[in-house]
Design a protein around this ligand. Structure first.
Ligand SMILES: Cc1cc2nc3c(=O)[nH]c(=O)nc-3n(C[C@H](O)[C@H](O)[C@H](O)COP(=O)(O)OP(=O)(O)OC[C@H]3O[C@@H](n4cnc5c(N)ncnc54)[C@H](O)[C@@H]3O)c2cc1C
Length: 288
């Protein structure tokens, strides 16, 4: 279907982009890679009067790694993450999740900021952001605002972002060297959105699970941490029985809805399987 008509601007500075969005009072939208927005326009699910193209904002393309953590600019693409040799060490879970995103062409254009703002509950990055307690930085007329990922995603395609704000970056806390992780996703075909996926991490301390985080994608209208499953594992001996208990707790804690891709009951079982497999992967992974 042809796109509806709209005006187009391609500002050279972030300040100009924010001013354009503010001047159009919610009728304007940023465009980054266009991989979600263009289909939304074609299906008339979005009808902005102005598209504000962020492609010239090179300061949003930085990947910064320091002792404090990792910062990804909003215009960093999936391909940039996969091609950065530092990130495999600095945030292995992020890289493992991004490897599941879509296909080559989409990874070549899709961006961090676009994925966060679009807020698909089956998308990988929002799930990793919530699991890792990342912060999302939004910039509007009143200046920057830091929003915890856990507060950012409000529902399917709904976020805490205000219409005149753009996401400038996402900040992940530093990755402790001793941390172990697993990421398991089930999709109907390689590159499809997840039917369900689990991101897990913990630190082994004296053969016990410590600082456990269990994140789930695709089982709710927003990415979530499954706190009941985290509690089921925290402080327990590192045994197969503890993992099985955590997986059962994960399954019991979610209530996914039926949709065209899978029934809620199927997803409920699936998330337990994904959590169990991700935890086993984490146990088997050697830290280099
Ligand atoms: C066939 C197909 C398969 C896909 N499979 C997956 C998958 O498996 N997993 C996955 O996670 N994703 C998947 N995607 C989505 C893709 O990876 C992109 O992440 C997604 O399209 C959003 O990024 P974008 O840069 O293209 O954003 P755009 O499409 O340009 O924008 C999306 C939304 O974000 C807003 N926006 C963009 N940038 C900003 C910003 N900096 N600040 C504020 N708002 C902003 C736009 O206004 C729009 O509302 C798939 C897409 C397609 C077409």
């Amino acid at each position: 279907m042809k796109l509806p008509s709209f005006d187009y601007a391609c500002p050279a500075t972030i300040a100009e982009a924010v001013a354009l969005l503010a001047a159009h009072g919610g009728e304007a939208k940023p465009i980054a890679g266009g991989q979600s927005l263009v289909p939304m326009l074609a299906f008339r699910l979005a009808a902005p009067t102005l598209l504000v193209d962020l492609r010239k904002l090179s300061e949003l393309r930085q990947i910064t790694i320091t002792d404090a953590g990792i910062t990804l600019g909003a215009m960093v693409r999936w391909r940039d993450i996969l091609q950065d040799p530092r990130l495999g060490q600095a945030h292995s879970l992020l890289v493992a999740a991004v490897e599941h995103i879509a296909h080559y062409q989409i990874r070549n254009r899709g961006t961090v900021g676009g994925s966060l703002a679009h807020a698909d509950p089956a998308a990988e990055l929002p799930g990793i952001a919530v699991t890792c307690e990342a912060d999302i930085v939004a910039l509007g007329r009143e200046g920057p605002r830091v929003i915890a990922a856990g507060d950012f995603f409000r529902g399917t395609l709904i976020t805490a972002l205000r219409p005149e704000e753009i996401i400038t970056e996402i900040r992940f806390p530093a990755w402790p060297r001793q941390r172990r992780f697993g990421f398991r996703e089930f999709a109907r075909r390689r590159g499809d959105f997840a039917v369900a996926a689990a991101a897990v991490m913990f630190e082994p301390v004296a053969q016990k699970f410590q600082n456990v985080r269990i994140g789930a994608i695709g089982v709710s209208d927003a990415p979530m941490r499954i706190v009941a499953a985290e509690r089921a594992l925290e402080g327990r001996d590192m045994t197969a029985a503890a993992i099985a208990g955590c997986a059962a707790a994960a399954s019991a804690a979610v209530a996914p809805a039926d949709d065209i891709h899978a029934s809620g009951a199927y997803r409920k079982t699936l998330i337990g399987v994904m959590v169990e497999r991700a935890l086993r992967d984490a146990m088997n992974r050697t830290i280099v």
